[in-house]
Ligand binder design. Sequence first.
Ligand SMILES: *Cc1c(COP(=O)(O)O)cnc(C)c1O
Length: 358
Amino acid sequence: MIPYGRQSLDEDDIQAVTQVLKGNWLTQGPHVAEFERAIADAVHARHAVAFASGTVALHAAVAAAGLGPESVVAAPSLTFVASANCGRYVGAHVALVDIDPQTLNIDLAQIPTEAEAVVAVHYAGLPVDLAVLGTTRPRVVIEDAAHALGASTPDGPVGSCAHSDMCMFSFHPVKAITTGEGGMITTNSDELDHLLRRFRNHGITRKPQVAEWYYEVDDVGTNGRLTDMQAALGTSQLSKLGRFILRRNELADRYRAELAKLPIVLPPEAPAGWRHAYHLFAIRVQNRGHVYAQLRDRGVATQVHYVPVHHHPLYAAAAATDLPHTDEAYQGLLSIPLFPSMSDEDQTKVIEALHEVV
Ligand SMILES: *Cc1c(COP(=O)(O)O)cnc(C)c1O
């Protein structure tokens, strides 16, 4: 079965992890600091703070931003539920917003005026054009870039926070690079960097001026730490990011060329001068249930990204109005296999299977 996505690990990635296991330091240590520096440099951000997952990274971001029960946090409905749940963790009201049918990204014009924050998801790896927010920008802008490590706009790499306060990356195995589980927040704010690090470590502040061993707790933090083994894997993986994104774009270009004549909708392209990270290649088909089953019978696994958040019972009350573009896209969305270690032969199989089935 050809999966829709999977990790790409080489012998040197494995070596990087086993080296750490032979040392003294297993949890957050020098390899975490090195990985944070490497990500910050790669995306042109001042700070990067590593977390145990992208989900806990988002939790830390909303907490560091000072959001709480009085806050309204806007998020697109066409996303993984973690993008919305982060608001709920701090008791905020989550307002689910429709997508722009051209980009499948959040329609920034529909962010409610009372929203104090927005979680902008770069769906499939195509960056949201945050530059257009301008003066209508909510107080807090958090990018959910779980799909978009390696993407860029004319304002710089995603993660440079040119138009945001913080940007989250995930290192789950299907994402651009992996640490098994893991996440990162980048920011240019010294204050947010401090609050994120404190949140990650139980809200603890060390007070060596009192005594070497003394510390105080100022905040309800958590244990959100990444391990040094994972960080070593992350640094090793990051050295291959450029190659991974090139391969993803190459596979996407071939899909576009060879699927162009089928009665399907191809995913939106990045504008000239932008780089798409192609975390997903999500086509839209008629009669999706049939296509999904027929592809599976031919050894091609696909996935639906996503069941819209407002369809989940937990969020039944969160969509103020209908979200017609989200519902319309959801009808047909189907992510077909795309990952850097996918062979040309496997891609041929996927293309042939689609020609038979659609
Ligand atoms: C993967 C993902 C997350 C969560 O990241 P984890 O590292 O799996 O916790 C959040 N948002 C989106 C859009 C994702 O795809």
